[in-house]
Write a protein that binds this ligand. Structure first.
Ligand code: SF4
Ligand code: SF4
Length: 343
C-alpha cells in the first residue's frame, strides 16, 4: 500500500478534483447529528464528527430497494438504474469500513447479491480516522483500524493528513490532482505513531470478546434475557442503525388496475414481532425476550461460528439509538458476571 501526505490547506483542491470520479457524498450536520448526504458544496462536509445516524450501509443496501419491475408492453424491466451511479463516499470511519467488509462476506460469499456487489464496485470509499466517545468500543471488536475495504484513507496528523492509497482507483484520484500529494517523512511516521497510541488510550468503553461465544452458550437460559426482553419495545432502532444488520423483507408491489408492478426489498429487523412469523400464523420468536436474545446470539455467537468473528464492530449506534437505554456493553458485562446492570 502506498503512503503519502496531503497538507490540510490543499484538501479543498483535492475535493474539487474528486468530482470527476462521481457524486461526492460526506457527513453533513443535521439538527446536531450527522448524516451522509450528497454535497451541494464541499464546505458543507463535516469530517470531524462522531457517528452518522445511519451507517454507510444505506448506500449499498438501501432502506427500500427496487429489485425489478414489469411494465405492460415492456415486460421485465431490470433493477433501478441508480444502482450504477458512481459515488465517492468521503469521511467513512474505520468501524463503518469494517462493517462493509463484513457485509461483503455475507453478500459476496454464500449469498451472491448482484445489487450489493454492483454498488460496492461503483461507490468509492475515502476513510478518515476518528476519536472515540463514551459509546465507542470498536477497539474491543478489533475494528478500530482497517487495512482494506477503502480506496483512500486519511489519518489526521495536525496540519496534514497521512494518506493510505489502497486501490488503483485511489491511485487515479491522487494522480488526477497533479502534485497535491507529497511523500511522507520520518516526522510524519513519528506523529502517526504518537497519535495512534493516544487513540488507544482514549477508549472509555471496553468489551472483552475472548471466549464470549462460549459464555453465550453457557448463558442461553439466563434470566437476563427475560429482563432485557421486558424492557425492549421491539422498535427495531438498534438494527436499523447497525452497520452490519442486513435482514430484509421482500414484497411484490402490484399497481392495482394495471398490469404493472415490481418487486422490492426493505430493511427488516429480527426485533419486529412478525419477523419469525410464517404461513398459518406460527411465530417462532413470539416473545420479545426470544427476539432480543436472537439478535445478540446471531451477532456474537452465530456469526463467529460462520465467519470467524462477531458481526458487531463496536460503533455504539445501538447504544445511542435505543429509547429504553439497552446497552450492548452492559448486557455483555452482566452475561460475564462482572456486574448486574440490567435489573
Ligand atoms: S451491534 Fe450496536 S455497537 Fe455493534 S455494530 Fe451494531 S450498532 Fe454498532
Ligand atoms: S432499540 Fe432498544 S427498544 Fe428498540 S428494539 Fe432495539 S433493544 Fe429493543
Amino acid at each position: 500500500m502506498k503512503v503519502l501526505r496531503l497538507p490540510k490547506d490543499r484538501l479543498d483542491l483535492f475535493a474539487s478534483v474528486l468530482q470527476q470520479f462521481g457524486e461526492v457524498h460526506a457527513p453533513v450536520e443535521q439538527n446536531g447529528k450527522h448524516a451522509f448526504r450528497r454535497l451541494a458544496r464541499w464546505s458543507d462536509a463535516c469530517l470531524d464528527y462522531q457517528r452518522t445516524i445511519l451507517p454507510p450501509k444505506k448506500y449499498f443496501l438501501p432502506p427500500k430497494d427496487t429489485l425489478f419491475q414489469y411494465r405492460e408492453g415492456q415486460g421485465y424491466v431490470a433493477c433501478d438504474p441508480e444502482v450504477d451511479k458512481r459515488i465517492i463516499l468521503f469521511g467513512v470511519h474505520p468501524c463503518d469500513i469494517y462493517g462493509l467488509n463484513i457485509l461483503d462476506q455475507v453478500f459476496s460469499g454464500k449469498y451472491d447479491d448482484p445489487y450489493y456487489q454492483t454498488r460496492r464496485k461503483n461507490i468509492a470509499i475515502i476513510g478518515i480516522d476518528c476519536t472515540p466517545d463514551e459509546h465507542c468500543f470498536c477497539r474491543s471488536m478489533r475494528a478500530d483500524f482497517v487495512d482494506r475495504g477503502f480506496d483512500l484513507f486519511f489519518q489526521d496528523l495536525g496540519d496534514r493528513y497521512q494518506v493510505l492509497v489502497a486501490t488503483a482507483l485511489g491511485d487515479d484520484m491522487v494522480l488526477a490532482t497533479g502534485s497535491l500529494f507529497e511523500p511522507v517523512t520520518q516526522a510524519d511516521h513519528d506523529e502517526y505513531k504518537r497519535r495512534s497510541s493516544a487513540k488507544r488510550g482514549a477508549f472509555q468503553l471496553e468489551v472483552e470478546i475472548r471466549d464470549l461465544p462460549e459464555i453465550f452458550e453457557m448463558e442461553y437460559d439466563s434470566s437476563l434475557w427475560n429482563r432485557v426482553g421486558d424492557r425492549c419495545l421491539s422498535c427495531g432502532a438498534c438494527s436499523m442503525v447497525c452497520p452490519t444488520c442486513y435482514c430484509y423483507d421482500v414484497a411484490d408491489d402490484v399497481e392495482l388496475g394495471s398490469r404493472n408492478g415490481g418487486r422490492s426489498r426493505s430493511w427488516d429487523s429480527c426485533l419486529f414481532s412478525t419477523h419469525a412469523m410464517v404461513a398459518g400464523g406460527e411465530n417462532f420468536r413470539e416473545g420479545r425476550d426470544s427476539r432480543v436474545k436472537f439478535r445478540y446470539y446471531h451477532k456474537q455467537r452465530g456469526f463467529v461460528a460462520e465467519y470467524g468473528r462477531p458481526s458487531c464492530v463496536g460503533c455504539g449506534r445501538c447504544i445511542e439509538a435505543c429509547p429504553v437505554k439497552i446497552d450492548i456493553s452492559e448486557v455483555i458485562r452482566e452475561l460475564r458476571g462482572i456486574e448486574n446492570v440490567t435489573a
